[in-house]
Ligand binder design. Structure first.
Ligand SMILES: C[S@@+](CC[C@H](N)C(=O)[O-])C[C@H]1O[C@@H](n2cnc3c(N)ncnc32)[C@H](O)[C@@H]1O
Length: 530
């Protein structure tokens, strides 16, 4: 497969591996939950590179649907490449606004996207799918990046979103669409059919098979066995398929459908033949989708929607309509799926998830990441408003509030060996527990089972895991796996994996007490098999 080259590629290809885990600090007062939890709906304020890495400890392989809407790189967005890639080549880029005059702006965009897409892929479940909004500035680069990271064979669809219905008259070619590229993680993804809109079905002739609608009898193609005359029994007029088309059935199948009363000559009985499609059948089959989306609102609709929620204008420059993301959710998720948006902006994805849950009684969860300071005042504020109710909303359900909870987290300090060693940054016990447990075992950390008294931080198939640690340098100097500590650990046949700054036990005692010791902070990686 041809691969794309860009300046900085060799430096960022594996950058996601060296991004340190960061603390995720709960801000209870900014969320809408009794207790902030990483298992709640989430709004995270911070750079998504670090946030996605930190989320791996809980969400690796768990996210069913990712929707992202990264900067399109139009040259006018004022985005800044700021990843901590440690190379003079890229250091030169750090912190500078990427504008139209920047000759390396496409290289910077690819360098920014590559490690994020790699982390997103790790978060995706085997049957998951990622949708990425983009326009012509980067669609070709994005497609190459996605082919490389997700695999060409996992390209799923390219959707055209009709984002602007009005024409710009001051230019010759007025842009009316954006792209949405979708890639699956594997071939296990199954797209869902959209629910059928029952409004177009009715039963004027009291058909015992229930409400129906009329489909045309003709279909694209020219096939001799599907081309024959159909005579309207009322008028005697004969019909052939229109030029370049054929009938949808062979003559025999048509006869059967006619005898079953499924062929109707228009609602008046005097027109060309049509096929009766029943609501029950349609519901069972669902509605298939086109790759051109015109029924999900426009960019203008999205702005109006947001203005209404906030009761003022100019809240956020580039929101997407909620219906656009709802359609993605409907097509790709189950009622209990996790949906991730790491370029959250005005929080449309959270709104879409909550609205869909409200409609079908679902239990989907969202994870949003936004790096700008408006993560609280816009992203989370929209979530608060739609949960609690928007008094001025036209939609009755939104007026009453969509319900739900969410927790707000700030991205904290990186968890680095160096800062643990010199005491410059010591995370709280639970935060280190989450990091150590995941890093050492590769398994999900469950904050509900931990016990800070016994120091228990989780269980794997083979081990109970304990962490002896306090965020205080003086206490750390005295914390050790001693004989007394070993005796106080739960007895039983299960092996114990113990993390502590030091041990005062020799090998025989470790063996006697079924303990595997790992010294903090050096031995946190892959202590036991994944
Ligand atoms: C085009 S907007 C997304 C709009 C969103 N879909 C909506 O409907 O409101 C892109 C957002 O990604 C955010 N962003 C850009 N780089 C980011 C990063 N490295 N980490 C987190 N957020 C980022 C920007 O601040 C901006 O709010």
């Amino acid at each position: 497969m041809p691969k794309m080259e860009f300046k900085g590629k060799s430096l960022v290809e594996n950058h996601h591996l060296s991004v340190p885990f960061h603390e995720l600090l709960p801000m209870r007062e900014k969320g809408l939950s009794d207790k902030a939890s990483l298992h709640d709906n989430l709004v995270i304020h911070g750079d998504n590179l670090a946030a996605l890495k930190s989320l791996l400890s809980i969400y690796r392989g768990k996210v069913k649907c990712i929707y992202i809407d990264p900067p399109y790189n139009t040259g006018n967005e004022g985005w800044v490449y700021s990843d901590g890639v440690n190379s003079p080549l890229i250091q030169d880029w750090i912190g500078k606004v990427v504008d139209r005059d920047d000759l390396t702006r496409h290289d910077k965009w690819c360098s920014m996207m590559m490690p994020r897409l790699k982390l997103l892929r790790e978060l995706l479940s085997e049957d998951g799918v990622i949708f990425v909004s983009i326009d012509d500035n980067e669609v070709h680069h994005l497609r190459c990046l996605m082919d490389e990271i997700f695999g060409e064979e996992n390209f799923f669809v390219s959707i055209v979103w009709h984002h602007r219905k009005s024409k710009q008259n001051d230019i010759r070619v007025s842009l009316s669409h954006n792209h949405i590229l979708a890639y699956t993680k594997t071939d296990q993804f199954e797209i869902r059919a959209l629910p059928v809109n029952g409004d177009v079905f009715s039963n004027p002739d009291n058909d015992p098979r229930g409400p129906w609608t009329l489909d045309p009898m003709d279909a694209p193609n020219i096939r001799p066995n599907l081309t024959y005359e159909i005579v309207n029994p009322t008028t005697g007029k004969g019909y052939y398929p229109p030029p370049g088309r054929c009938w949808r059935f062979s003559k025999e199948k048509y006869k059967k459908a006619f005898e079953e009363g499924r062929i109707v000559f228009g609602r008046s009985g005097r027109a060309k033949p049509c096929y009766k499609r029943y609501l029950d059948e349609a519901k069972e089959k669902g509605r298939s989708i086109s790759t051109i989306w015109q029924d999900v609102g426009t960019a203008t609709n999205a702005t109006q929607e947001l203005n209404q929620i906030f009761g003022k204008k100019n809240v956020f420059p580039t929101p997407k309509p909620t219906d656009l993301i709802r359609k993605i959710i409907l097509l790709s998720t189950d009622p209990d799926s996790i949906i991730l948006d790491s370029f959250a902006g005005s929080g449309t994805t959270a709104h879409a998830v909550l609205a869909q849950n409200r409609e079908d009684d679902g239990n989907r969860r969202f994870i949003l990441v936004e790096c700008e300071d408006y993560a609280d005042s816009t992203t989370a504020e929209r979530v608060r408003r739609v949960i609690q109710g928007v008094p001025s909303a036209k939609d009755e359900i939104l007026r009453a509030g969509l319900g739900g909870t969410f927790s707000y987290f700030e991205l904290g300090q990186p968890m680095q060996k160096k800062s643990l060693l010199n005491g410059s940054h010591l995370p709280v016990w639970e935060e280190l527990a989450s990091y150590v447990f995941f890093t050492a075992t590769g398994q999900e950390f469950d904050p509900d089972v931990i016990n800070s008294d016994t120091r228990f931080i989780g269980r794997t198939a083979s081990h109970d895991v304990f962490l002896f640690y306090e965020p205080d340098v003086e206490t750390l100097k005295t914390l050790a796996l001693s004989l007394k500590v070993a005796r106080e650990l739960p007895s039983g046949s299960r092996r114990k994996l113990v993390f502590a700054p030091v041990k005062y036990l020799d090998r025989e005692f470790l063996h006697q007490y079924s303990i595997d010791f790992q010294q903090l902070p050096y031995q946190i990686y892959k202590a036991i098999g994944r």
